[in-house]
Write a protein that binds this ligand. Structure first.
Ligand code: HEC
Ligand code: HEC
Ligand code: HEC
Ligand code: HEC
Ligand code: HEC
Length: 482
């Protein structure tokens, strides 16, 4: 009995017995002592992942259309504990009721992220759990917790984890071998993945998505816990998606989505080599008989934008040019609410074939084996990707240093009548075509689509006016002065 001495030592230290693993699997157990973490997580897409009606509809349909071959492929990421505990298996993966799952198996739980022992693959959830009562985190020397053992794990701390834990789920290779969602792969090619401590790099997934603040990280009355400098990490993990059914913390999630999106994208000119303010991102020029040029840049995204589920997202540039009397002289990408951008049949949003370099519809086009459009994972044979790019090098002379995207609109002679222009980058979490397809097959409630929002980013909502063009930093250009 080799383990006996260890047990004796622990007992001798007077350490209290911990809660059984089955109890630690339930996030409401954690709520008692980590109420702020719980509250943020409860409204997150991680908590929502197996309640998400679009996920359930797609999973159900995929099972049907592949004759069950999908098995637990989708559920292993959207409710990983359900698969680990055997509550969802190949046999019921098509028909499980998420609301009937025990709390410890629903969505991506606290226990799942905090019990990772090792990462065996960098895609399709290659995380291996210890299934023990030790909670791993980025806190050095945690005080004794009455509920669980606690330990510092460099694979959890944002400064040192190299994004592997998050990355393993945020990278989907389909059963057909298509690298469909590539957030982790994309991140690895950015400057943020460089090992360069002098420049505070690497900057990992959690480094950007789990902003830290100072405070106590466990605050049940009676616990004597010190305040920790930058010790609390945000667990709301907001980005694009919001719950499409009633769910906790919806106003807080909506605010968090807006606050990460607002500074993420910009319409701005290139920064001058000599320094100073960049000239504007919208320019109206006599070239080629008259053209509008809009330069778009990502500022703080650590991967493409959109990323991940980029086949379902729709991001596009809307440009409207007005005469002095406010009549519209030219417009592109003015997509009405309720319509998909591709249904506008605007050549600028097409991004396939010739001239696609200067186009402005940013999402992944996916195709079946026969070349027709694919709406769903299991049908996808090829991906044609047109996305906004992140910074990949700090060397100003290297190719790719300027990672911006410029859209060019040939407007012809009206250019001389243009008085002002509005431009904005808009994003929708899902295409209506995908939702309609799921409604038609009877897998999705038709009410879900009405909850879809179109998001704008403050940094990428800009105007150009004739009166101010070519002034200030934009002197000697046809651009707006910011
Ligand atoms: C490797 C882990 C993984 C697998 C496997 C996986 N997903 Fe996801 N899924 C994710 C991640 C990560 C996101 C969030 C992506 C983002 O926001 O860019 C996501 C988002 C989603 C969303 C919401 C965003 C959207 O596309 O509207 C749906 C729906 C979805 N997945 C359905 C499925 C279905 C159906 C399957 C199986 C055919 C599946 N997923 C398989 C990880 C996975
Ligand atoms: C009875 C109270 C209590 C419960 C219940 C509880 N914790 Fe803790 N937890 C603590 C205390 C106390 C600490 C140490 C805080 C400190 O040192 O600042 C802690 C620390 C942690 C840490 C930091 C570990 C490290 O070193 O980075 C993590 C992660 C954690 N808990 C996760 C959880 C999760 C997940 C649950 C639910 C399964 C949970 N806790 C339930 C009291 C609790
Ligand atoms: C077990 C797999 C898994 C792990 C581990 C995981 N995620 Fe996720 N994540 C998902 C899934 C699945 C979704 C989408 C759920 C949905 O919308 O249906 C998601 C959603 C998100 C979103 C919201 C995306 C959006 O478009 O709104 C962000 C941000 C995010 N994850 C970041 C992270 C970070 C950072 C980590 C590491 C600390 C991490 N994830 C670890 C599976 C995972
Ligand atoms: C998607 C994975 C993920 C999920 C789900 C998750 N956490 Fe965390 N959590 C992390 C990561 C990563 C850190 C470490 C951040 C760092 O140190 O940079 C962390 C840190 C913590 C800490 C240490 C203090 C801090 O804020 O750094 C506590 C306590 C904690 N989490 C509790 C919880 C609880 C309770 C839940 C569920 C209600 C939960 N976590 C859900 C990934 C997750
Ligand atoms: C340099 C900061 C930074 C880093 C590093 C970073 N992200 Fe992001 N991420 C952002 C910003 C900014 C956005 C865009 C804001 C939004 O979507 O509202 C974003 C968006 C996302 C989205 C939603 C994208 C979509 O279109 O569905 C997911 C999912 C995500 N990040 C996950 C990750 C993961 C996983 C990693 C690590 C592999 C990571 N991020 C690294 C800043 C970062």
């Amino acid at each position: 009995m080799r383990w006996m001495p260890a047990l004796v030592v622990l007992a001798a230290c007077g350490e209290s017995p911990k809660l059984p693993v089955a109890q630690l699997e339930d996030p409401t157990t954690c709520m008692e002592c980590h109420p702020a973490h719980y509250q943020q997580w409860s409204g997150s897409m991680h908590a929502y992942a197996s309640d998400d009606p679009v996920f359930l509809a797609m999973n159900k349909r995929g099972q049907r259309e592949t004759g069950g071959q999908l098995g637990t492929f989708c559920v292993q990421c959207h409710a990983p504990m359900a698969v680990a505990l055997g509550v969802v298996t190949d046999a019921n993966a098509a028909s499980f009721d998420p609301t009937a799952l025990p709390a410890g198996a629903r969505g991506i739980t606290c226990y799942f992220c905090h019990d990772v022992d090792s990462v065996k693959a960098d895609h399709d959830n290659g995380l291996v759990l210890a299934l023990d009562d030790t909670m791993r985190g980025g806190v050095k020397s945690p005080i004794d917790s009455p509920a669980h053992h606690a330990t510092y794990d460099s694979q959890m701390a944002s400064r040192t984890n190299n994004s592997t834990m998050c990355g393993s789920c945020h990278d989907v290779v389909t059963p057909k071998g298509v690298a469909l969602e590539r957030t982790y792969t994309e991140w690895q090619a950015t400057i943020f993945a460089h090992d360069d401590p002098a420049n505070l790099l690497p900057l990992t997934c959690s480094g950007c998505h789990m902003i830290s603040s100072t405070g106590v990280i466990a605050d049940k009355p009676g616990l004597d816990v010190p305040s920790r400098d930058q010790g609390f990490h945000d667990h709301s993990l907001a980005a694009i998606d919001q719950a499409l059914t009633d769910f906790p913390e919806q106003p807080a999630q909506a605010m968090a989505v807006q606050s990460i999106l607002d500074p993420a994208l910009t319409i701005v000119g290139p920064r001058p080599v000599a320094g100073g303010a960049p000239p504007g991102g919208i320019c109206v020029e006599p070239l080629n008989g008259g053209q509008i040029r809009v330069r778009m840049d990502t500022i703080s995204t650590g991967h493409m934008f959109p990323s991940g589920a980029a086949q379902d997202r729709r991001t596009w540039l809307e440009v409207i040019a007005y005469a002095a009397d406010n009549s519209v002289l030219f417009s592109s990408g003015a997509v009405p609410d309720g319509m998909d951008p591709e249904d506008l049949h605007d050549p600028m949003l097409d991004c396939s074939g010739a001239g696609s370099n200067a186009c402005s519809g940013f999402w992944d086009r996916t195709f079946k084996d026969d070349g027709s459009p694919a709406h769903f994972f299991w049908d996808v044979a090829t991906v044609q990707s047109k996305l906004l790019k992140p910074p990949v090098t700090l060397d100003p002379n290297a190719a790719g240093y300027d990672h911006s995207t410029t859209a060019l609109f040939q407007v012809g002679a009206v250019y001389s009548q243009i008085d002002h222009i509005t431009a904005r980058i808009r994003t929708r979490p899902l295409a209506y075509a995908v939702l309609d397809d799921l409604v038609m097959s009877g897998d999705l409630d038709p009410g879900v689509a009405s909850r879809l929002k179109t998001l704008d980013s403050a940094g990428a909502t800009r105007t150009w006016t004739k009166a101010t063009a070519g002034t200030g930093p934009a002197i000697n250009t046809f651009c707006n002065p910011f």
